[in-house]
Unconditional design. Structure first.
Length: 517
């Protein structure tokens, strides 16, 4: 799970690298440009089309991102490619490394375009966006010349050019992923050092296309030494899930693999609990136990004969002890709005076992004035943090005062709620965000739009519970479940040749391949 960076962190790393090594910063720019130039050359070489006027047209801004563009243009020109640079700010004096590279390109006779009127009709194999990079901030409006340049990039893309973004698409905030309306929709993003948060989180990930990383001589150890051990943001991607617990002892027995208790399944909503229970079993829980209203038990028993069943207490009744003591409790899946739900949540949050709250459980929690204190009390008592799995609507019911933050910065919204509740927050949606109480966070890269169906969240809840029952780390169980949930959806979509047709049941069926793969 590699670390994601903010614009400020990348700037700090660049400075410390030059101080430590004694190398000039322009060398880092040359390295970054070289990686991008090599990739552009490979793309151009794959085509033999003399009808285009240019192999590559660069759009360069006034900062270091523009400097990367000037350097790459010079490198490609030296290799014999047909190159031009559109200088977005031709009358502006540049500084530092960007000025050096603009001047070098000009002295070598490189073609520079400064009049936007000359762009329409020009065709290029590749267009490179080097206008803003990490310098763009969503809270500041796009400048007029930059807006015009981004429009020209879009027009050239419509005319057949492949668009490559330098570091991050212009118009996307590197720290939040928030995107301006005019943001560049890249086919490929070449990012330097490490990926920026905005490359991975939503909606920035929608603009990035394929993201290719060029390390520019910075090792993981160097990055961690410079940035320290404070809260980190990591990416969940291929290879990040590990396979802890995949290889079981041949003489293992069910008592060694945990006991999951799923509570919910109101009449007419038993299917949600069935999906969660099946997912719990598929992820390897030793016991999967279900507690639901009496009226739902027959259909649940028919669908999951291997599960242990119990009825929720009648109004005013005592909590039942007719099932083995669970090691994990997941509550809320298909629970409905009956009064027992709030009572049950209040009870389970005071138990030392791992607790996951989902769906109607989150809505019930949002209506409990003492909810935040109950959640924080788990930390005071030395219990594992509760896991809350809201989609954006449920998030807003839990934290209505965070509506604007949620719109502008999903990552920070999840981290804020995690800190306030001392809970693990799984903010669902594209690029699901997992925020830990200590400030660490993860952004998921697996999954597809086939998960946009009722029941997908129920499967995830069952997976988290099943993995948590077998793990000493509730945080590790959550991150692994989120990644595997998306991976199973990707496997199902590939088998079915469509994301649209994927159902929650298909995701469960693909879990074996996801876990073993």
């Amino acid at each position: 799970m590699t670390r994601l960076l903010t614009r400020e962190q990348q700037k700090t790393l660049d400075g410390r690298f030059c101080t430590l090594t004694g190398l000039p910063s322009v060398l880092l720019m040359e390295q970054a440009a070289s990686g991008m130039s090599g990739m552009i050359a490979e793309i151009v070489n794959a085509f033999d089309d003399e009808r285009v006027a240019y192999d590559a047209v660069y759009f360069t801004g006034a900062g270091n991102n523009g400097g990367d563009g000037w350097a790459s243009a010079r490198q490609l020109m030296a290799s014999g490619y047909r190159v031009a640079v559109f200088d977005v700010y031709p009358d502006r004096e540049l500084s530092g490394d960007a000025a050096i590279n603009r001047e070098a390109y000009r002295r070598l006779g490189g073609e520079v375009i400064t009049d936007p009127a000359l762009l329409p009709g020009k065709k290029a194999r590749v267009v490179i966006d080097a206008v803003y990079g990490t310098g763009f901030e969503a809270k500041r409006p796009l400048a007029g010349p930059a807006k015009e340049a981004l429009g020209a990039i879009s027009a050239m893309k419509e005319n057949g050019a492949l668009v490559i973004a330098c570091d991050i698409p212009s118009g996307v905030d590197a720290n939040t992923g928030c995107a301006a309306e005019e943001a560049v929709a890249a086919d490929i993003t070449c990012t330097f050092g490490r990926r920026k948060i905005g490359n991975v989180t939503h909606p920035g990930c929608m603009m990035a296309g394929e993201v290719i990383v060029y390390p520019i001589s910075m090792t993981d150890r160097f990055i961690d030494d410079v940035l320290g051990e404070g809260p980190r943001v990591r990416v969940l991607e291929e290879g990040a899930d590990g396979c802890a617990g995949c290889d079981r002892a041949k003489d293992g027995h069910k008592g060694q693999f945990g006991r999951v208790l799923l509570i919910g399944g109101a009449e007419g909503m038993a299917g949600a609990l069935i999906l969660a229970a099946r997912a719990s079993e598929k992820t390897g829980a030793g016991y999967t136990m279900v507690r639901a209203p009496e009226a739902s038990l027959p259909v649940i028993a028919s669908a999951i004969p291997s599960a242990l069943l119990s009825a929720v207490p009648e109004e005013g009744g005592e909590v039942k002890k007719d099932l083995p003591k669970p090691s994990v409790i997941a509550i809320g899946t298909g629970a409905g709005k009956d009064p027992w739900v709030k009572k049950a949540i209040s009870h389970v949050l005071q138990l030392s076992v791992s607790v996951i709250i989902d769906a109607e459980g989150l809505n019930a929690l949002a209506g409990m004035p003492e909810a935040y204190d109950l959640l924080r009390s788990r930390s005071r008592n030395g219990f594992p943090p509760a896991v809350l799995t809201p989609h954006p609507g449920e998030f807003l019911r839990l934290a209505p005062e965070r509506a604007q933050l949620l719109r502008e910065n999903r990552l920070e919204a999840a981290r804020t709620l995690a800190e306030e509740t001392q809970s693990i927050i799984v903010l669902k949606g594209m690029a699901t965000v997992i925020a830990m109480p200590d400030g660490d966070a993860y952004i998921n890269t697996s999954g597809n739009v086939g998960l946009a169906k009722g029941g997908s969240g129920d499967v995830l809840t069952g997976m988290i519970a099943g993995l948590a029952a077998q793990s000493d780390s509730i945080g590790g169980a959550v991150t692994r479940a989120v990644y595997l949930h998306g991976l199973a959806a990707d496997i199902a979509a590939e088998k079915l040749s469509s994301e649209t047709v994927v159902t929650p049941e298909d995701v469960i069926d693909a879990l074996g391949e996801a876990i073993s793969g």
